[in-house]
Design a protein around this ligand. Structure first.
Ligand code: HEM
Length: 497
């Protein structure tokens, strides 16, 4: 075979690639399939960007369990101490498009894929331990409000703060986002949090609830907002470049992996709803247990193949692990593979980085770009083929004890406790920066939305609300008055139609 013999897409050699076949006057002939094939392929180079987390970077690596957790889970991933599990990680920002800047104030995605002997396990994290909402029903509205305005196509602080102030369960995450942590220096210098509550079960079928943490061994490092803005203009790919160069230099970033564990009995009485993604489990109540180490040590050879086409989903869970009554997790378990069937096509699971490292056997077939197994049987039950089913997989006991309902939990005092504790744990300088950042962003919203939001911060903590009100030059007495209203009264008083 000739090396690098130039060909068309199906292997037919071509005589040249720099000029189209044309007549003496310069007209190109339609029969020039060297040209039409080339343009047609080029015209289809872009696939839809991710509807969220469109801008991202990634690398390959390994996860090594360091503690045998078989008391709680039968998953090899968390019990086979010392075994190296191949991993893929994709880091991202959330709201911007595919070519937006890395150094913006936004949560960072931290999606981890583990290739195991029992299929793919994904933990699709953010760098923040909590989220803005606690019901997946609100996710499309939340994202609409944070991305571009449909009329102007501009980012819209009015919509952003309107939604957040009508969704006060977001205040805990808003406090994280506008703190120093809101603009990490780069992906190596941030932690990752599974955020959702998952379950683990052991060989005896006993189960517990868990939350995953990835703790940066590089330490945490953030960017000053003015510096971040400057870098965004100079080098929008700053964080991706930092990651790639570090790995190329052999400075492999690593994270200690830990879990918090809660028994079903503890879940019944914990003061915060353990399945509410706007709340953490305090580490003083549920300490971290270190279970392994994640290291990134290999840059992708082709970005599109290995990172753009990567498909992560929190529903990808190996035996010994499962979901919980966390509504957000359940919504996510549908959303990711659904969007991937659209973004990448129904057979996305066959693309290199998404493919299972262990054998796949079922009777699903066909669809666009199928590469079916050679098997004359395509139905079950059948009397031609022996099929085994796993005895290791358990259904986590259902917890349905009351009638099914569609009802958002009302906003209660407990919803203000964690953002208050978070604010009180900051020193004076951090509080100034937090409220500066909030005031700068909120100043782009209508006055009535500024009042509504400042009143909510006041309800979190009087000093917090006062600083936001003062920086926005709001009437403090009015903010205080509004903070004493119920959420419904507050919305009415600030012009919710
Ligand atoms: C109900 C709530 C949520 C819904 C419906 C949702 C939906 C989605 C969708 C549709 C994508 C695009 C996936 C793709 O195109 O491959 C995505 C990406 C992502 N989401 Fe969520 N999401 C939710 C909440 C969360 C939470 C709570 C976290 C973090 C704890 C999170 C972290 C991520 C990450 C890291 C990605 C990027 C994955 C990658 O790098 O390919 N999401 N989400």
């Amino acid at each position: 075979m000739d090396d690098n013999l130039f060909t068309k897409r199906l292997g037919e050699p071509v005589s040249g690639d720099q000029a189209s076949e044309s007549d003496a006057e310069g007209n190109i002939l339609l029969r020039d399939t060297v040209l039409t094939d080339k343009l047609a392929a080029f015209n289809r180079e872009r696939i839809p960007e991710r509807v969220v987390h469109a801008k991202g970077w990634g690398a390959h690596g390994e996860f090594v369990p360091t503690k045998d957790m078989s008391k709680y889970t039968l998953a090899g991933l968390f019990t086979k101490v010392g075994k190296k599990f191949r991993t893929l990680v994709r880091f991202s920002t959330v709201a911007g498009g595919r070519d937006s800047a890395d150094t913006v104030r936004d949560p960072r995605g931290f999606a981890v894929k583990f290739y195991t002997d029992e299929g793919i396990h994904d933990i699709v994290c953010n760098n923040t331990p909590v989220f803005f909402i606690r019901d997946p029903m609100k996710f499309p509205d939340f994202i609409h409000s944070q991305k571009k305005n449909p009329v102007t196509n501009l980012t819209d602080p009015n919509a952003q703060w309107d939604f957040l102030s009508l969704t006060p369960e977001s205040l805990n995450q808003v406090t994280v986002l506008f703190s120093d942590q809101g603009i990490p220096y780069g992906f190596r210098y941030m932690d990752g949090f599974g955020t959702n509550t998952f379950s683990w079960y052991n060989a005896r079928g006993e189960y517990v609830y868990v939350k995953y943490h990835f703790l940066s061994e590089q330490g945490l490092k953030n960017l000053d907002p003015a510096e971040a803005e400057r870098i965004a203009g100079e080098n929008p790919d700053f964080a991706g470049e930092d990651l790639r160069n570090a790995i190329a230099r052999g400075e492999y970033p690593s994270w200690r992996v830990a879990v918090q564990i809660m028994t079903p009995e503890q879940a019944k009485t914990y003061r915060f709803d353990p399945f509410d993604t706007t709340k953490t489990w305090y580490e003083t109540d549920f300490p971290l247990t270190e279970i392994g180490k994640l290291t990134l040590n290999r840059n992708p050879k082709n970005f599109f193949n290995e990172i753009e086409q990567a498909a992560f989903c929190p529903a990808n869970m190996v035996p010994g692990t499962g979901p919980s009554p966390d509504k957000m997790l359940q919504g996510r378990m549908f959303a990711y593979t659904d969007t991937q069937r659209y973004r990448l096509g129904v057979n996305f699971n066959r693309v290199g980085v998404n493919a299972s490292a262990s054998p796949v056997f079922n009777y699903q077939r066909d669809g666009i770009l199928a590469d079916n197994p050679v098997n004359p049987i395509n139905y079950y039950p059948n009397s031609m083929q022996d099929v085994r089913f796993s005895k290791r997989v358990r259904v986590v006991p259902p917890t349905v004890t009351a009638p099914v309902k569609r009802e958002a939990p009302p906003i209660k005092d407990i919803d203000f406790v964690q953002p208050r504790d978070r604010y009180l744990a900051m020193d004076d300088a951090e509080r100034e920066r937090l409220t500066d950042n909030i005031a700068k962003s909120l100043s782009g919203a209508e006055k009535r939305i500024q009042y509504r939001t400042a009143a909510l911060f006041y309800r979190v903590e009087a000093g917090y609300g006062t600083k936001v009100a003062e920086k926005l030059k709001l009437n403090l007495r009015e903010v205080r008055r509004l903070s004493e209203l119920s959420q419904a009264e507050l919305e009415y008083a600030t012009g919710r139609r």
